[in-house]
Design a protein around this ligand. Structure first.
Ligand code: ZN
Length: 315
């Protein structure tokens, strides 16, 4: 808790200094102000920024980016920023109109880190769905395949170069080193999932968040408690009945639930199946400090170990 409080104070201080330090977007020492919407993006950007420039995360660990509503103080942080790093693909749902307005007003530069990723449709997206939560934009959870994070790295390195050309060489060196770590992560995941038989490579999640993971590592996303790419949607009784049927027919052994949402509905579904079904927690965004999932690389390693424990031959 002390660390969290110190970080919170540091953020307040930075914002306060920036606010009284002359022109908008300029801090007292002239360092650029960079705000990432989520801790996950701040972590990846921080790996590339190194010690040249600090990256502030707007959302706190444990907040669900789909349902997060910006407070006035958060909007103020965005207004003071020289650069905002966001995921896009409608991931930061409530923030998108705010970001679009700031960008249209020429107040800040916004870089969407997933720009250029080959966006997948949601696993349970049906052509013609037209309710308010129809995410025609596609599945925003691009980072569940580390190969997509290679694209993030290029986008972030480019954005940092643009606002701090003198740091270009340092950013490139950091980007290259981090890309090597992403390649190691990809190999680690591929090796770990070898422990899961072809027949058991079926993913059921709280919402459709593992599409890119499934696509990369040979899994099928057979169902979700909320059959939508956002937690802000709600399942119908028919959706839940269909999920129970699919899980029985395909002998699915686990439901994976995001660390940012309640697992209550997933537990109710698991109890309906008739064969043992584990309800296990995954991280789709960074966990709190000390969770073991407080960096992107650690988060993905923890996730794959959980998936193997739920579906592997030993389970
Ligand atoms: Zn999600």
């Amino acid at each position: 808790m002390r660390i969290i409080r110190q970080i919170a104070w540091a953020i307040v201080l930075v914002v306060a200094l920036a606010a009284c330090g002359g022109p908008i977007g300029e801090s007292i020492d002239g360092a650029p102000q960079i705000v990432a919407t989520t801790g996950l993006i701040a972590d990846v950007a921080g790996q590339i920024a190194g010690d040249r420039v600090a990256i502030i995360a707007l959302m706190q660990p444990g907040q669900d980016p789909h349902t997060y509503e910006p407070a006035p103080a958060d909007v103020a942080k965005l207004q003071l920023a020289d650069l905002v790093l966001a995921n896009g693909i409608d991931y930061e749902e409530s923030l998108m109109p705010v970001l679009e307005e700031l960008e249209a007003g020429g107040e800040v530069r916004i870089v969407y880190v997933s720009e250029g990723v080959d966006v997948l449709p949601g696993a349970h997206h049906h052509e013609g769905d037209e309710d308010e939560h129809d995410h025609a934009a596609g599945d925003p959870h691009t980072w569940m395949d580390p190969n997509n994070v290679l694209i993030w790295v290029d986008n972030i390195a480019g954005a940092l170069r643009d606002i701090d050309p003198q740091g270009a060489e340092a950013y490139q060196a950091n980007a290259d080193a981090y890309k090597a770590e992403l390649a190691d992560l990809d190999a680690f995941i591929a090796g770990q999932v070898d422990a899961i038989s072809e027949a058991d490579r079926k993913l059921v999640t709280d919402h459709d968040a593992l599409g890119y993971f499934a696509h990369r590592y040979g899994f099928e996303a057979v169902g979700a408690v909320i059959p939508n790419v956002t937690t802000s949607a709600e399942p119908s009784a028919a959706d839940l009945a269909e999920l129970v049927t699919v899980m029985r027919e395909q002998n699915v052994k686990a439901i994976f639930v995001s660390s940012t949402v309640s697992d209550e509905m997933s537990r109710q579904v698991a109890a309906e199946i008739g064969h043992p079904v584990q309800v296990l927690q995954l991280y789709y965004t960074l966990g709190t400090p000390g969770s073991g999932a407080d960096t992107y690389l650690d988060m993905m390693r923890v996730n794959v170990e959980t998936i193997v424990s739920g579906l592997g031959t030993g389970s």
